[in-house]
Design a protein around this ligand. Structure first.
Ligand code: HEC
Ligand code: HEC
Length: 204
């Protein structure tokens, strides 16, 4: 069906993600009263120093807005946002610690991933983004101010996987985003999603 290409990529992404699961078991326990940088140390193994992830298995978490960061951690902890690893990790922290970590990462630069992309598809994707996504994911998906995450330069397997979660209803998208996604899929199918992913990957 329309999502065949996407599903295939998701399987690949899933494998890459689960490969890091073993590391989670060894993550040190956090003490009460830990400073923000002490907390962030336990994330660096997967998310890179200061949240700039060096590989496709984990998303970059630097530069995210405070609200988005906290809501995402809460979503992982409650299970509302599907995860391979973060559900378990997020449950180990308090709301206060979420806020401390959010403040820490918010001030770090979002470093765009160096990854392959198809130029033609990226061009198509830029137009689709403007039409369907730019309203909430401003500046071509680069802005964090909109509290909607950062799409531009994020590792493709992660963006791809979250889009599949939204599509399947495993992660609840905002109502208007749902509508735009539905329109995009009706008009452009999985090729449209592929084009968007290439556009976000092309921003380096
Ligand atoms: C073992 C590797 C690992 C560790 C350690 C880890 N993460 Fe993650 N993180 C992931 C993966 C993989 C994802 C994608 C969701 C999933 O599958 O769990 C993710 C997703 C996230 C996201 C969502 C990013 C977005 O754009 O929506 C945030 C925020 C996050 N992690 C924060 C943290 C924080 C804070 C810590 C430390 C307390 C941490 N992570 C520790 C692997 C890890
Ligand atoms: C009406 C506003 C709106 C529109 C339109 C919209 N989004 Fe979103 N999007 C959001 C918000 C807000 C979030 C943060 C998660 C949440 O609130 O559930 C989000 C989250 C996401 C995420 C997850 C980011 C992460 O780091 O986990 C992806 C991927 C995404 N959107 C892609 C898209 C794409 C692609 C389009 C266009 C087809 C789009 N969105 C259109 C508001 C929107």
């Amino acid at each position: 069906m329309a999502f065949k290409t996407l599903t295939k990529a998701v399987v690949v992404a899933g494998l890459a993600l689960s490969a890091t699961a073993a590391i989670a078991a060894d993550a040190p326990k956090v003490m009460t009263g830990a400073s923000a940088s002490m907390l962030a140390n336990t994330c660096a193994g997967c998310h890179g120093t200061d949240g700039a992830s060096q590989g496709p298995a984990s998303p970059t978490i630097a530069g995210l807005s405070k609200d988005y960061f906290i809501e995402t951690m809460q979503g992982f902890a409650s299970g509302e946002i599907p995860s391979t690893i973060m559900g378990r990790i997020a449950k180990g922290y308090t709301e206060e610690e979420f806020a401390l970590m959010a403040d820490f990462y918010r001030t770090k630069p979002f470093t765009k991933a160096k990854q392959d992309f198809d130029k033609k598809l990226a061009k198509k994707g830029a137009k689709l983004h403007d039409k369907y996504c730019e309203k909430c994911h401003a500046e071509g998906g680069q802005s964090a101010e909109d509290d909607a995450g950062v799409l531009a330069g994020q590792w493709t397997p992660y963006v791809n996987w979250q889009l599949a979660n939204f599509k399947a209803g495993d992660r609840e998208a905002p109502k208007k985003m749902k509508k735009q996604m539905r329109k995009l899929l009706e008009k452009k199918g999985s090729e449209g999603v592929k084009a968007l992913l290439n556009y976000y990957a092309s921003q380096q």
